[in-house]
Design a protein around this ligand. Structure first.
Ligand code: NAD
Ligand code: TYD
Length: 337
């Protein structure tokens, strides 16, 4: 079995590469990644030592390159993680989100059709459902909800999600889609809430909480997401969408306080800053379908996952230091002062 993992130098992609190399020791994994600011070859250092792994630098929107890679490699399965993934950056500049998330996905779908890929899996997000109100804890995202998006990021992901389903309906391409809630764990770029707060708290910098910190996200440890995708590409039904989430809703402010308490840092570091434009209030996944059909259940409790994650960032300061010295330094200064 040969699998193309796009965006494998990013957070979830690299965790998925390690998960698959470990679980399926006879599979070949090829990673295609253009190494944007969010892609880091250091995250794949250990995979590079495995003869079953190969890295190709290139963009999913480069049609010629994508076709060449598909022709040469003859993939059985494609798992598309590659994306511009940060909501705040999409608010600053939406266009690269359309280029990568929409046009890039279109290129991959087209090549998958041309070269007879047996399964195309689109890694979508729960953000394609828009948001839920804070005062209706009885409401959850289910797969049959219409898609509606709040940010340029989620609009571009919703487009890619629909395009994937359209390739199934129109051309019979064997696709699956997963819509997962917020992930956390090792190798996450420190612009996202959890690693941002860990890295800043370690350095006694202020912790910028948007609005009043009351927005709710449904957190899932990254390995549980990788396990879900592995199950879907092997046993999921073609043409189907699977929600992935572990009923683990937390208010942002509570997540930040957990990090401070685990690091032994004072809550005075918290600074309430201007709210994000169009800020989604609450995400909450109903995972009944994937648990009933495929037997998926999350394995990592939030407390354990947070301990592992914080420890990983404490043990890997070289990884974050390198990031902080690059393009991110400029972004961080622009956004947080
Ligand atoms: P990330 O930003 O950490 O990584 C994205 C990777 O894609 C990087 O390695 C980057 O170099 C690569 N990339 C960007 N543009 C590319 C292009 N044109 N061609 C090839 N590679 C390109 O993102 P992540 O958090 O790992 O998210 C991975 C996927 O999972 C995304 O599609 C995202 O929408 C989805 N998702 C993320 C979460 C989450 O909580 N992080 C939750 C649900 C779904
Ligand atoms: P983020 O990690 O960007 O994920 P997403 O917006 O895709 O869910 O943000 C998670 C939550 O944390 C979101 O409600 C916005 C909030 N947040 C802050 O309060 N401060 C920050 O500096 C960041 C990056 C996010």
């Amino acid at each position: 079995m040969k699998i193309l993992v796009t965006g494998g130098a990013g957070f979830i992609g690299c965790n998925f590469v390690y998960y698959m190399l470990d679980k399926h020791t006879d599979y070949k994994i090829v990673c295609l990644d253009s190494l944007t600011y969010a892609g880091n070859l250091r995250s794949l250092e250990k995979a590079m030592e495995n003869p079953n792994f190969k890295f190709i630098k290139g963009s999913i929107s480069d049609k010629e390159l994508v076709n060449k890679v598909f022709e040469e490699e003859q993939f059985d399965i494609v798992v598309n993680f590659a994306a511009e993934s940060h909501v705040d950056r999409s608010i600053e500049n939406p266009f690269i989100f359309l280029e990568t998330n929409v046009m890039g996905t279109a290129c991959l779908l087209d090549a998958s059709k041309k070269y007879g890929v047996k399964r195309f899996h689109q890694v979508s997000t729960d953000e394609v459902y828009g948001d839920l109100p804070l005062d209706r804890p009885d409401l959850f995202f289910t797969e049959d909800l219409p898609l509606t998006a709040s940010s340029p990021y989620s609009a571009s992901k919703a487009s890619a999600d629909l395009l994937t389903l359209a390739f199934h309906r129109t051309y019979g391409l064997p696709v699956t889609v997963s819509r997962c809630s917020n992930n956390y764990g090792p190798y996450q770029f420190p612009e996202k809430l959890i690693p941002l707060m860990i890295v800043r708290a370690q350095e006694n910098q202020s912790l910028p909480v948007y609005g009043q910190g009351l927005n709710v996200r449904d957190w899932l440890y990254v390995d549980d997401h990788c396990k879900a995708i592995d199950m879907i590409i092997h046993n999921g039904k073609v043409g189907e969408v699977y929600n992935v989430g572990g009923h683990n809703e937390k208010r942002n402010i509570d997540v930040v306080k957990t990090i401070l308490s685990q690091l032994g840092k004072p809550e005075e570091l918290i600074t309430y800053v201007k709210d994000r434009a169009g800020h989604d209030l609450r995400y909450a996944i109903d995972p009944t379908k994937i648990s009933d059909e495929l037997g998926w259940h999350p394995e990592t409790a939030f407390d354990d996952g947070m301990k592992k994650t914080i420890q990983w960032y404490l043990d890997n300061t070289a990884w974050t230091d390198e990031i902080k010295s690059g393009e991110y330094a400029e972004y961080s200064k622009r956004i947080y002062g």
